[in-house]
Design a protein around this ligand. Structure first.
Ligand SMILES: [Zn+2]
Length: 446
């Protein structure tokens, strides 16, 4: 059992006790409490028990786009616009629930208990997450794309979302998310956005230094990077969690390091698939004291929610980038996928490790199958030999959401059936919208 506490205690054959949704005891086998005091006792011999994984960056609705943007670089404006943004305009509120339900199912079945999402339709996402039972930070994502009215309208909706979710049950935490500052959000809108985030005391989750466009405007106008410009606008005063961060300069890293609550989601698989030159300087960020979490990004860019695989890719890419063997150890990768993710979301006192008093968000991986064998290093066994598909049990706040590889709230088959119908309807709608545009264009040409 991996506690992922401050001392990284590992208990061979240890125990974890849950009472009223919280961890009431954790420790070595010798200290196991009397089982008669508990309603249920589960023998997890042969399993790796650890804190539930934290996926620090995704867009759960975008499972609808999986496999539909191949050959496009989603971290460039052109690639994203052509393969995602155009069809995205055909989305309807009824598409959201079934898509998010499928994403939550895939996350839960591979060991993730908490994720950080950014998208519009945040209200519908929150409803679906509550139904699934996972924990999520949901940042209302604003895409303005030069349309001033849309910017204002989305800001109003985002504010309403923050108002509405203020008193939610704690599993859904509302945030705010300018999609890509200076790329599809103007400076005037950014100023209003940071004011709203401060007013509600919520975190900001945004994309930063992803593509060649990110620093263009601020370089042209002020001769500085977007990170430095955002610091001047006050973005780094409160909590800020930035995704990708591929092209960070030393000065940008210093901006993150001196901020009180700034963190980065290092999305190695999405970075590799995008074909972008460079990669998030995760090692340098950590050396500067910045919290670095791991994220899958959307599954059109990944294309999987498996955080075990994400740990492995993050480790491999760091080795390749730094030209040294494992600059991020397996133990560090596990911490990045758990407690560091929790810290990035401001939840480190609630989740991210197995410690008495924390919410019982727990994953149990079955290591009895092929591919696993004796080793003194359980973290390396999971990260470099393991798979999220070996998740067997999962709890959020003590509620067992996965039991024996099956979802407990709604059967996977039901979720998948509803998703498949939604997927068909959505892409039929996209095709109809496209042919209407083509007909109009043809008429104009004629
Ligand atoms: Zn993203």
């Amino acid at each position: 059992m991996l506690s992922v506490d401050a001392e990284n205690r590992v208990f061979e054959g240890g125990f974890v006790a849950i009472e009223d949704g919280r961890i009431s005891g954790v420790g070595p086998k010798a200290d196991t409490p009397n089982p008669s005091g508990f309603d249920e006792v589960l023998d997890l011999t042969g399993h790796l028990v650890m804190p539930g994984l934290v996926n620090a960056h995704t867009h759960s609705v975008m499972v609808l786009f999986r496999g539909r943007s191949e050959g496009q670089s989603l971290l460039t404006m052109a690639g994203w616009y052509n393969s995602i943004r155009e069809p995205e305009l055909s989305l309807e509120a009824s598409d959201i629930g079934p898509s998010v339900a499928l994403s939550c199912a895939e996350m839960a079945l591979s060991g993730t208990t908490t994720f950080c999402d950014q998208y519009f339709y945040a209200e519908e996402i929150a409803d679906a997450v509550k139904q699934a039972g996972l924990r999520a930070v949901i940042a209302y994502g604003i895409v303005q794309l030069g349309d001033e009215r849309r910017g204002e309208e989305e800001l109003r909706k985002a504010t309403a979302f923050l108002e509405q979710q203020r008193s939610s049950d704690g599993r859904v935490i509302p945030w705010f998310g300018p999609h890509a500052p200076y790329v599809d959000n103007t400076e005037a809108l950014l100023i209003d956005e940071v004011a709203v985030a401060n007013k509600y005391g919520v975190g900001l989750h945004l994309h930063m230094a992803c593509g060649p466009e990110d620093n263009e405007e601020t370089q042209r106008r002020y001769g500085i990077t977007a990170a430095v410009a955002l610091e001047r606008l006050g973005f780094f005063k409160g909590r800020i969690h930035a995704a990708h961060c591929i092209d960070l300069s030393d000065e940008d890293i210093a901006v993150f390091a001196r901020a009180p609550h700034a963190s980065v989601s290092y999305n190695a698989s999405a970075g590799l698939r995008s074909g972008r030159k460079g990669m998030c300087p995760a090692v340098a960020l950590r050396a500067a004291g910045v919290t670095v979490a791991l994220g899958t990004d959307n599954v059109a860019a990944n294309n999987s929610y498996d955080m075990v695989s994400e740990m492995r890719v993050a480790g491999l890419v760091a080795s390749h980038r730094e030209r040294m063997a494992q600059p991020l150890s397996s133990r560090e990768l596990v911490r990045m996928a758990t407690i560091e993710g929790a810290k990035a979301l401001g939840l480190e006192h609630e989740i991210g490790s197995l410690e008495v008093g924390k919410a019982a968000d727990i994953a149990a991986f079955d290591l009895r199958g092929a591919g696993y064998s004796e080793t003194p290093d359980p973290e390396t066994l999971l990260v470099y030999s393991g798979s999220g598909r070996d998740l067997r049990h999962l709890w959020v706040s003590g509620e067992q959401l996965v039991a024996d590889r099956q979802l407990t709230r709604i059967p996977y088959d039901t979720i998948r059936r509803e998703y498949s119908a939604t997927y068909q309807e959505f892409w039929n709608r996209v095709a109809a919208a496209k042919s209407m545009v083509e007909q109009t264009n043809n008429r104009e040409v004629a």
